[in-house]
Design a protein around this ligand. Structure first.
Ligand code: FAD
Ligand code: 2HG
Ligand code: ZN
Length: 454
């Protein structure tokens, strides 16, 4: 590989070959994917991204786009020795001159930087989740990240008004016009959301912001069975327009969070199931909550904690948000991220232990997730050596229940061998043709979404 040629094209300070530094880019957050790369390239502008990709294309050099490297499906890791292009140096973000409720951001800006900027104008960005301080806006577009507030604001796809990107040949496409209505042919922002760096590298975007709610109330419910929690979820989403989050988790996960962080037990550990609901809107939400369906439950259900201040709300959220890190402290889990229709969710949740133990009696599954979206995260500790059998059996089960094998983390490398469980042969052929149109030399993120097994 003629890295020197690329260095002379880009100028100094763009290419890092220091083994100690590039190691930190080569392994992923989960610890499951460990790659290797000759160099990490850090462009400072869209034109530089275009230079890099046109050089890669001309020389047929494969390259992996990377943002915060917090992805959960191995999509940002150079498993076959590819170059890494890191967008982290491109991290400017400002309010748009043309639309007061829009931010124009470079791809490497973190979610937290966007959220902080939005709050300067009393606005919020609709996507939020635990990795907010490292995940980048480019990475969230590439994975179409979901998170905690999809119920109210939608996934990343619903926040992106315009996008600028560079295709596999080094061609700059898109615009930053920020027009809410722009039906001029194919919609590039929609197409690139969820494309996982296989079609183009996102360089800049225009994001839609929302008015900040005046008040938030967070309520934690303890239950003794799953169906009760699902019923309450359905009641909330059908009767309350102020609900923004509805998160499900279980005592087994709370035990791990308690062990890792020493948080207080919930109702003396007597419940199996927890539902965390958050409401946001105009002042006096609590008064409105005391009316209607939810009001009855609040009056009659014994295990309810209501939080109205930021500190109290955060105290309740930590039981849910710390699951991922607490699990990682115990080992490297097999991670599955699936959606089930709500009508099939309790059957899935009640079956999962038996399915896992049938394949590997020693494995230890943890489940938690975004209940209103039917999106469950299944983290299986001690999954070795039957990882593939576990993945296959569980994902087939999800498909048989009319669910999805990837809810919000994407396909990456880890789910690529299973994409045909859900997508038809005709669709996969069309995907391959789209990939060829954007990246004819196949330099961008090889083996992500597309697997040689498909
Ligand atoms: P990376 O991990 O660097 O890359 C992810 C993918 O995007 C890769 O395929 C990469 O090649 C591609 N990519 C990166 N940047 C670009 C670009 N500029 N152009 C084109 N392709 C690019 N995800 C959720 O959806 N919801 C959650 O609730 C959630 N919670 C999380 C909590 C924790 C504690 C952690 C560690 C992760 C969580 N994630 C969640 C997963 C992860 O943060 C998201 O997938 C996020 O979108 C990845 O962003 P990133 O910048 O780290 O991307
Ligand atoms: C969450 O919702 C994230 O907390 C991470 O999507 C899920 O760790 C996981 O599997
Ligand atoms: Zn999630």
């Amino acid at each position: 590989m003629r890295i020197e040629e690329l260095r002379s094209l880009l100028g100094p300070g763009r290419i890092n070959e220091d083994p100690d530094i590039i190691k930190t880019y080569s392994d992923d957050w989960t610890g499951r994917y460990k790659g290797f790369t000759p160099a990490v390239i850090s462009p400072h502008s869209t034109d530089e991204v275009a230079e890099i990709l046109s050089w890669c294309s001309a020389n047929e050099v494969k390259i992996v786009p990377q943002g915060g490297n917090t992805g959960m499906v191995g999509g940002s890791v150079p498993l076959d020795g590819e170059l890494i292009i890191s967008l982290r140096k491109m991290n400017n973000a400002n309010f748009s001159d043309t639309h007061k409720n829009q931010i124009i951001a470079e791809a490497g800006t973190t979610l937290l930087e966007i959220q902080n900027l939005a709050s300067e104008r009393g606005l919020i960005y609709g996507v939020d989740f635990g990795a907010r301080d490292s995940a980048t806006i480019g990475g969230t577009i590439a994975t179409n990240a979901g998170g905690l507030n999809v119920l109210k604001y939608g996934t990343t796809r619903s926040q992106i008004i315009s996008v600028e990107a560079v295709t596999g040949t080094g061609t700059i496409v898109g615009n930053l016009n920020g027009l809410e209505k722009d039906n001029t042919g194919y919609h590039l922002p929609s197409l690139l959301c969820g494309s996982e760096g296989t079609l183009a590298i996102v360089t800049r975007t225009k994001l839609r912001l929302w008015p900040e709610p005046e008040e938030k109330v967070t309520i934690l419910f303890g239950f003794d069975n799953i169906q009760e929690a699902i019923n309450l979820t359905e009641d909330c989403v059908t009767s309350n327009s102020e609900i923004v989050a509805c998160e499900l988790f279980f005592q087994k996960g709370v035990n791990l969070v308690r062990e890792a962080y020493g948080v207080q037990p919930l109702w003396e550990n007597k419940h199996s199931t927890y539902l965390l609901c958050e409401f946001a809107g105009d002042h006096n939400i609590s008064d409105r909550l005391s009316e209607g369906v939810l009001g009855k439950i609040l009056q009659t259900h014994n295990s309810v904690l209501v939080a109205t201040t930021d500190g109290e709300r955060q105290r309740l959220w930590q039981y849910r948000e710390l699951h991922t890190v607490a699990i990682s402290q115990k080992g490297i889990p097999l991670k599955l991220d699936v959606t089930l229709p709500l009508r099939n969710l309790s059957h899935f949740l009640e079956s999962i232990d038996t399915i896992c133990r049938k394949i590997n009696p020693l494995c230890s599954p943890y489940v938690f997730g975004h209940c209103a979206d039917g999106n469950m995260h299944l983290n299986i500790l001690q999954s070795e050596p039957k990882v593939n059998a576990l993945e296959e059996e569980i994902l087939q089960f999800v498909v048989s229940l009319e669910g999805s094998i990837s809810a919000e983390h994407g396909i990456g490398r880890s789910k690529a061998p299973y994409l045909h469980f859900q997508r038809s042969e005709n669709e996969l052929k069309l995907f391959a043709e789209m990939k060829r149109a954007f990246d004819p030399k196949g330099v961008l993120n090889p083996n992500v979404i597309f697997s040689s097994d498909n």
